[in-house]
Design a binder for this molecule. Structure first.
Ligand code: NAD
Length: 351
């Protein structure tokens, strides 16, 4: 049994679905169901005795103690976070609450639970903290990609809150001996991605005939990884990572935002042509850049490959095709997540 926090979100849900399909070991998912959490992401597990869903907050210490005592997991995989940079600029408070205080509470609950385990279970226990490459800050155009030794230089409230959580996790290993592992991953894309982030936003806006907003000059470079490859990387680290260590996970796919958007438009032109025969690229609109927008992130994932034998299964071309096709095939999911709280937020942003 493992406990997964944030398992109703984008990466967490992909992880839980893949874990149950491929490992078969039971999972307890703890998720607050913020605007980003969606029970429908785990709908295919309804009635499956290997999955238990608990709605709750990782800042709730009593709930964490109770869940750990009741389910006695052999590992915690911690995805729960506020994850959207734009939201962190408009309202950083939730990011500090969940990403910093929440991780602290989870570490404390894990420590107390782990201290009470019998020796053999204590040795096997793992706390895997899922983090981001954004903690390393912005990379100059020709600089080598981020290794695990790169200094932390977070620039947004989101990345600063994740950096703080990474440091807490590290300290709980060095101070208390809690068996932790941390992964820092590049930008994910794939099925179940909430349409506030670049790739699903572009796909859904294109199909809805809306503008495709690009920040600044669109030359911001990100390294992209198909979400299923991130999930396989986390499984590998959980299985074979060295305690207290950090692993960078990335896809060796550096691309400028504008090129990503053009690639998606070309795929949509092929798979679902516009009725007027024009390209979706006509809908591209440049908007004012985000404050403090990092120019480039790039991950050096050679440690994952060299030490743990992991590498991504998808290229960007194969992964983005699967992603666009998934959004074309799952319009009901898109409509569902675009209702309610999300719609209100979008209206406020673009009013
Ligand atoms: P997401 O926003 O899609 O999902 C986050 C989930 O956490 C949601 O289901 C939400 O309901 C839940 N949650 C939020 N606050 C909570 C709380 N207080 N208690 C319990 N649950 C809570 O995020 P994501 O993109 O799936 O990212 C998951 C993790 O991976 C995050 O820690 C993020 O920093 C990290 N990460 C994301 C990316 C990326 O490209 N998306 C890349 C690297 C690392």
């Amino acid at each position: 049994m493992i406990l997964v926090t944030g398992g109703a979100g984008f990466i967490g849900a992909n992880f839980v679905l893949d874990w149950i399909a491929q490992v078969g070991e039971p999972v307890v998912t703890l998720d607050k169901l913020t605007y980003a959490g969606n029970r429908a992401n785990l709908a295919s597990l309804e009635g499956d005795s290997r999955h238990t869903f608990v709605q709750g907050d990782i800042t709730d210490a009593a709930l964490l103690d109770q869940l750990l005592a009741k389910h006695s997991p052999r590992a915690i995989v911690h995805f729960a976070a506020e994850s959207h940079v734009d939201r962190s600029i408009h309202g950083p408070e939730d990011f500090i609450q969940t990403n910093v205080i929440g991780t602290f509470r989870l570490l404390e609950a894990a420590r107390s639970y782990w201290n009470g385990l019998e020796e053999d279970r204590k040795t096997d226990f793992r706390f895997l903290h899922v983090s981001t490459d954004e903690v390393y800050g912005s990379l100059a155009p020709q600089a080598p990609a981020f290794t695990e030794q790169h200094p932390y230089e977070p620039n947004s409230p989101y990345s600063a809150s994740k950096a703080a959580s990474d440091h807490l996790v590290r300290a709980w290993f060095h101070t208390y001996g809690l068996p932790v592992l941390t992964t820092n991953c590049s930008n994910n894309y794939g099925p179940l991605h909430f349409p506030e982030k670049l790739i699903p936003l572009v796909i859904t806006n294109a199909l809805a005939g809306k503008p495709l907003p690009i920040y600044g000059d669109g030359q911001q470079i990100r390294d992209w990884l198909f979400v299923k490859d991130h999930c396989s990387g986390i499984r590998r680290v959980l299985e074979a990572g060295q305690l207290g260590e950090t692993y960078n996970i990335g896809g060796h796919n550096e691309m400028a935002n504008i090129d990503i958007v053009k690639r998606i438009c070309a795929l949509l032109d092929e798979l679902r042509p516009r009725t007027d025969g024009q390209s979706y690229a006509q809908q591209i609109t440049f908007v004012k850049d985000r404050p403090g927008h990092d120019r480039r992130y790039a991950i050096d994932a050679s440690r994952m490959q060299g030490e743990l034998g992991w590498k991504p299964a998808e290229t960007f071309d194969s992964g983005i095709r699967k992603t666009v096709q998934w959004y074309l095939d799952n319009t009901a999911w898109v409509e569902n997540v675009q209702s309610g709280a999300y719609r209100e937020w979008v209206q406020k942003q673009y009013a």
